[in-house]
Design a protein around this ligand. Structure first.
Ligand code: ASP
Ligand code: MG
Length: 421
C-alpha cells in the first residue's frame, strides 16, 4: 500500500534531522513511500527575506544569500564526508540559479519573483535528502513536484488543476515507488508555461494530501516536533493535551481558525478520498500520534487557537449612513482583489469591522483601495483568540489582562480580537 510521508522544516533543520528522517524511512521499509519534504529549518523565511531585499535592492541582499548558502553547505559537510560527492555540485548549481535571478534588476512582479526564489528552499532540501538516502543505501529517486502539481499562474497561491495533476501522478508515481522511495518537494507547483508557483506558506501538507488523494494512498503521515495534534500551541501554553483521534470536520474547523499544526487545505482532499491523516512526532516515531479520520469521537478538551499579528479595521461610510448590502459588496470585492483574507468580521449599524493578518505589502494597498469610498480606522498588533468547545471558565482565564475589542460566540466556538494590557 502506498503511504505519503511529509517532513516539515523543523524535522530537517540540521544533519541530525535528516539522519532521523532516514531512520523513519528505514522503520517503514515495508511500505511504498512517497516522501514530501519542506525547506530546511527557517529557510523559507530567509528566502522570503532575500526576495524582499532583492525587490527593494537592499544592501544586505548578498549577506542574506550568503547565510542561506552557508547553512546548507554546513549540513552537506556533516552528511557527506567526501567533498567530491556529486550533491555538492548539485546544490551549488541551485545557488547559481538564485544568483542569476538576483543579479538582474527586478523587473517582474513581486509575487512572481517570490515564487521563483522561495521555491528553491524545497528544491535544495529534497536534493540533499534524496542524496543522503541513496548514500546510506536506501534506494531513492528525486522527483520534481512541478511536473506533477499543475497550477494556474496565481503566484504565491497557486490553484491546483486537479484533473491534470491527478493524471500526471497516477501515470508516473506508482511505478516509481515500486522498488524505491521517491522524494519530492512540498509547497511548490508548476504552471503550463513551466514557471514555478507556490501554494501558500506551510503548503507542504497540502502537497502531501494532493499526492495521497491522487494515489488513493493508505494514509498520510505528517511528522512533527509535537506528539500529535494538541489542544493548544505548546510554545504558548504550558499544559496541553494531545487528541488521540479527531474527525476530519473538527480538524478542518481548527485549521480554519488558525491552528497551524496542519495547513487548512490539507483536510478536504483526504476527507473526500477517505484517507486517514496521521500526525506523529518525528523524535518518537513509534508513538501513536493523532489520527484524523471519519469519526464520531467527542471533544472534551477545549481547543485554544491564538493568531498573532492581527489588524482590526473598522470601516464606516463617509456620511455615517448605514452600511448596506451594496457597501458590503464593494468591501468584499476590494478585500478579494487585494488578497486579504478576513479572519473575523462584524457588522453594526454604521460600521463594518474586519480582522485579518498583518501583511506589510498587502495592507497599504488595501487601505488605499478602501479609502476611496470609506472612512477607516484600525488597530494593529492584536491577537485573535479562538476557543472551540469553550466554557466560561476557560474564556475568563484566557482573557485576563487582555482588552477585548471584538467578540463573537456560536454554539461551539468563541472568538475574540484582543489586545494585551
Ligand atoms: N517551506 C514552506 C514554508 O515554510 C512550506 C512548508 O513548510 O510547508 O512555508
Ligand atoms: Mg512547516
Amino acid at each position: 500500500m502506498i503511504n505519503v510521508f511529509k517532513f516539515g522544516g523543523a524535522s530537517v533543520k540540521d544533519a541530525d534531522g535528516i539522519k532521523n528522517l532516514a531512520k523513519i524511512i528505514e522503520l517503514n521499509k515495508d511500505k511504498q513511500l512517497l516522501i514530501v519534504v519542506s525547506a530546511m529549518g527557517k529557510t523559507t523565511n530567509a528566502l522570503e527575506d532575500l526576495t524582499k531585499a532583492y525587490a527593494d535592492q537592499r544592501p544586505d541582499m548578498q549577506q542574506i544569500f550568503g547565510n542561506i548558502k552557508t547553512y546548507h553547505q554546513n549540513i552537506l559537510l556533516q552528511l557527506f564526508e567526501d567533498e567530491n560527492h556529486p550533491v555538492y555540485d548539485e546544490i551549488e548549481n541551485s545557488f547559481v540559479e538564485i544568483d542569476w535571478i538576483i543579479e538582474d534588476e527586478p523587473h517582474d512582479e513581486f509575487d512572481f519573483i517570490y515564487d521563483q526564489l522561495v521555491s528553491m528552499g524545497e528544491l535544495i532540501s529534497t536534493k540533499i535528502v534524496n542524496a543522503y538516502l541513496n548514500h546510506i543505501g536506501i534506494k531513492s529517486k528525486w522527483l520534481d513536484a512541478r511536473s506533477f502539481i499543475h497550477t494556474d499562474n496565481s503566484y504565491r497561491e497557486g490553484n491546483v488543476d486537479w484533473n491534470k495533476t491527478c493524471k500526471s501522478i497516477e501515470k508516473n508515481i506508482p511505478q516509481v515507488i515500486q522498488d524505491q522511495v521517491a522524494v519530492t518537494q512540498g509547497f511548490i507547483g508548476g504552471t503550463s508555461e513551466n514557471f514555478t508557483t507556490t501554494l501558500g506558506r506551510e503548503g507542504s501538507d497540502y502537497t502531501a494530501a494532493i499526492f495521497a488523494a491522487c494515489l488513493n494512498a493508505e494514509a498520510v503521515t505528517i511528522w512533527k516536533d509535537v506528539p500529535g495534534v494538541l489542544n493548544a500551541d505548546p510554545k504558548l501554553f504550558p499544559d496541553t493535551i494531545k487528541y488521540e483521534e479527531l474527525s476530519y470536520r473538527e480538524a478542518l474547523e481548527m485549521t480554519f481558525y488558525g491552528a497551524t499544526v496542519i495547513h487548512p487545505k490539507t483536510i478536504k482532499p483526504l476527507q473526500n478520498a477517505k484517507i486517514p491523516l496521521m500526525v506523529k512526532p518525528f523524535l518518537s516515531p513509534l508513538e501513536s500520534g493523532t489520527c484524523i479520520q471519519e469519526s464520531q469521537v467527542k471533544i472534551t478538551q477545549p481547543a485554544i487557537i491564538l493568531k498573532n499579528n492581527q489588524v482590526l479595521l473598522t470601516v464606516s461610510t463617509p456620511d455615517l449612513s448605514f452600511i448596506t448590502e451594496d457597501h458590503l459588496c464593494d468591501l468584499y470585492g476590494i478585500f478579494a482583489e487585494e488578497h486579504v483574507k478576513i479572519n473575523m468580521m462584524q457588522l453594526s449599524a454604521i460600521t463594518y469591522s474586519a480582522c485579518f493578518d498583518a501583511d506589510d505589502r498587502r495592507f497599504p494597498k488595501l487601505m488605499t483601495a478602501l479609502e476611496k469610498k470609506f472612512k477607516l480606522k484600525y488597530n494593529s498588533g492584536l491577537e485573535l483568540l479562538t476557543v472551540r468547545h469553550f466554557n466560561r471558565e476557560i474564556i475568563n482565564n484566557l482573557t485576563q489582562n487582555k482588552a477585548i475589542l471584538l467578540e463573537q460566540t456560536s454554539r461551539h466556538t468563541a472568538q475574540m480580537v484582543v489586545r494585551n494590557i
